[in-house]
Ligand binder design. Structure first.
Ligand SMILES: Cc1ncc(COP(=O)(O)O)c(C=O)c1O
Length: 396
């Protein structure tokens, strides 16, 4: 039988990460010493008190039964408590919090909840590619909002034409930003609320890198802005905050109509996450937070090591405000060609900026989720390649 698949499936973007990860695996199997700075996959373990909570909870037979539809109230209350403590945002756990299989799931689901075929979604460019998937599944259209260095990698709403704004129903934002590693100032969020209210656009603020602030500055939440709850929702993730990427847990909070829509869609896909994971996640959010502070300091030290090394090599780089470095390609060449060259010749894996959109071209994204000695090693290899002092083993 020749199976014919649905157009929406065939149109889904292919993950460039998967291809590179399998190439890295092959190189490692062949005995190569690859410094892998390609993905944003936390290298450190989940703090022990959270693992201990999971161990305790999984022994309770109540957690072996189907969990409550749309998640445990105990976890929703923990999310609300986290927002109140860290961002002075007050949420009703029942109606303004939904539990997600990682932020990723919700970031795909929101487009299916809000977009009809042909509707416009305002998409930052560059952006985390998972946003595109939901828009494709909804058969909607993306309109790029270029994130340019001269605008602090923030979208310029005044550059959008009124007809596009009229058709737009949803907009993604993400600060601290992946991949450009900048944060957004409160004034930008104030402007966003005005823009969204004027144009009736729902704002989906991806706050996956909340809590990992550098240089004594905590990232601000979109929901801290007056009027934000009226126009949008925010996604948080426990993946990076508590090194829980493998646990697959996050939440979406804010506008109750949008939260209800996501819960409704999820009711058709899942019966929520395992209760033992939800209970341990509640412990993570309400328990001691010094582990988060310690993690942020570790990443900040790594950033400093990497940036100092790169700058010593005469390479200009803006100071990252998050766990990625957004490194200009020497000579402004193709990011894919440069990343390919780096992996082939210097055995350093980075993500080409083009993977994140047209305006990511000219940069590569370097993940700082690796120990300091590996980052130092990467800097040596990067500098050698850039300065032409790299020795190709094949040609020695
Ligand atoms: C910007 C951004 N949003 C969301 C996610 C996904 O988070 P989660 O692990 O909770 O699905 C990531 C993961 O790397 C990310 O970089």
């Amino acid at each position: 039988m020749k199976t014919e698949f649905a157009r929406r499936l065939l149109d889904l973007p292919r993950s460039s990460f998967a291809t590179t990860v399998s190439r890295i695996d092959q190189l490692v199997k062949a005995g190569e010493d690859v410094v892998n700075l390609c993905q944003g996959n936390p290298d450190l373990p989940t703090p022990p008190h959270i693992v201990e909570a999971l161990r305790r909870e999984v022994l309770d037979p109540a957690t072996h039964r189907y969990p409550a539809f749309s998640g445990l109230l105990e976890l929703k209350a923990a999310v609300a408590q986290w927002y109140a403590t860290h961002h002075q945002v007050h949420l009703d756990p029942e109606s303004e919090v939904a539990i997600l299989f990682g932020a990723k799931a919700g970031l795909v689901e929101i487009s299916q909840c809000l977009l009809n075929p042909g509707d416009v979604c305002l998409m930052p460019d560059p952006a985390f590619p998972d946003y595109w998937s939901g828009v494709v599944l909804a058969r909607a259209r993306m309109h790029a909002m270029p994130l340019l260095r001269e605008n602090g990698f923030l979208p310029d709403y005044s550059a959008l034409d009124p007809a596009t704004c009229d058709r737009a129903k949803l907009m993604f934002l993400n600060y601290p930003n992946n991949p450009t590693s900048v944060t957004a100032p409160p004034e930008f969020y104030e402007e966003t609320v005005r823009f969204a209210a004027r144009n009736q656009v729902v704002v989906a603020s991806d706050f996956a890198y909340a809590a990992l602030g550098f240089d004594g500055r905590a990232p601000c939440s979109f929901l801290q802005t007056d009027g934000a709850m009226e126009v949008g929702v925010e996604f948080i993730s426990l993946s990076k905050m508590f090194n829980m990427a493998g646990w697959r847990i996050g939440a979406v909070v804010g506008n109750p109509d949008v939260v209800a829509a996501i819960n409704l869609l999820q009711e058709h896909y899942y019966v929520s996450l395992p209760s033992f994971i939800q209970r341990a996640a509640a412990v993570a959010l309400t328990g001691p937070q010094d582990c988060v502070e310690e993690l942020a300091r570790t990443y900040e030290r790594r950033r400093d090591v990497f940036v100092a090394g790169v700058r010593d090599a005469g390479w200009h780089i803006d100071l990252p405000q998050s766990i990625f470095a957004w490194l200009p390609v020497p000579g402004g060449g193709s990011s894919s060609a440069f990343a390919d060259d780096l992996l082939t010749r210097a055995k350093v894996a980075v993500a080409p900026g083009r993977w994140f959109g047209e305006h990511g071209e000219g940069y590569v994204r370097v993940s700082l989720l690796a120990p300091e000695d590996r980052l130092k090693e990467a800097v040596i290899r990067l500098a050698d390649l850039r300065n032409g002092t790299h020795k190709d083993p094949d040609h020695d």
